[in-house]
Write a protein that binds this ligand. Structure first.
Ligand SMILES: C[S@@+](CC[C@H](N)C(=O)[O-])C[C@H]1O[C@@H](n2cnc3c(N)ncnc32)[C@H](O)[C@@H]1O
Length: 275
């Protein structure tokens, strides 16, 4: 993209296709300084939260792992360290993020592929561990993304979700919005010349369900919350999710997942299992 990033988050977040478009452009712009921005905006805490996410996962011998909205690969690399006998696929819609993730990759069991969290290129029930950090807030349609997670997750699989968390009190919501808009927007201005980059964090959270509603949506989409942990006065939260109807067996498995394909979301969705 030539020149300064010119899209306005607020004008794009209420319609799924506009949000997807905004995200593609926004994260292509953000990619080159994303790691620096994330460290700065979280006051250096982001790496610890991601380590906590991976530490909270169950012990498994050779799980098939997928990191949705993988960005530059932080969580995928932690998963590879945690599960050296497993496989890890990071998917993201932004080519710039994937290029950086690929450059950083030193793990033979990690690969990165283009992919939309609402049309995951994996077969039903083929994923043992699914992670998403700062992922679901970006979903054009939250329920559709949750439906995809549920579809690809094995019956005894685990999903771990780390993201900003929206309080239920309108006063705290307002305070959180102003804080994040000012803080993250300032980093957007410093690093990209406009607060629209990273100010998006506040805007996307403002249209995301608060904690109570989110818990209800998770239940309605067939998940149970196995555990939750909040960081930084509850600004971010880590949730471990399981499929509601299936007990966790703790069995270790080693399914692999398919390679990504081009084509329409329907063609890509759930079509293949790897050899
Ligand atoms: C805030 S970044 C998080 C990156 C990484 N998970 C991390 O924690 O550092 C959000 C990521 O979501 C990706 N993204 C946005 N919409 C997406 C979608 N519909 N499907 C897949 N990835 C998406 C963006 O390209 C970006 O890399």
């Amino acid at each position: 993209m030539g020149g300064r990033f010119a899209l306005k988050a607020r004008e794009h977040l209420r319609a799924p296709e506009r949000k997807r478009y905004f995200n593609e452009k926004h994260f292509e712009e953000a990619a080159r300084r994303y790691d620096l921005a994330t460290r700065a905006m979280s006051l250096g805490r982001d790496a610890a939260w991601k380590r906590a996410l991976v530490a909270a996962l169950p012990d498994l011998r050779a799980p098939a792992c997928v990191d949705i909205a993988c960005g530059t690969g932080d969580v995928a690399f932690l998963l590879a360290g945690r599960y050296p006998g497993g496989t890890v696929v990071g998917v993201d819609i932004a080519a710039g993020m994937l290029a950086l993730a690929g450059k950083r990759n030193r793990f033979p069991n990690v690969r990165f592929e283009p992919g939309d969290m609402e049309a995951l290129p994996f077969a039903d029930g083929s994923v043992d561990v699914l992670t998403g950090s700062y992922a679901l807030r970006n979903a054009p349609e939250l329920r559709s993304a949750l439906g995809e997670i549920r579809r690809v997750l094995a019956d005894d699989g685990t999903a771990a979700i780390l993201d900003f968390s929206r309080p239920e009190s309108p006063l705290l919501q307002k305070l959180q919005f102003l804080l994040l808009k000012g803080w993250c927007g300032s980093w957007g201005f410093l690093l990209h010349g406009t607060p629209e980059v990273h100010g998006y964090v506040a805007e996307s959270l403002a249209v995301f369900p608060d904690r109570g509603r989110f818990a209800g949506i998770l239940r309605a989409e067939g998940f149970e919350v196995a555990s939750s942990r909040r960081f930084f006065l509850g600004i971010t939260e880590l949730l471990l999710l399981r499929k509601a109807t299936s007990p966790v067996t703790g069995a270790t498995r080693g399914k692999a997942v398919c390679t990504c394909a081009t084509g329409s979301p329907d063609e890509r969705r759930g079509s293949r299992r790897p050899g």
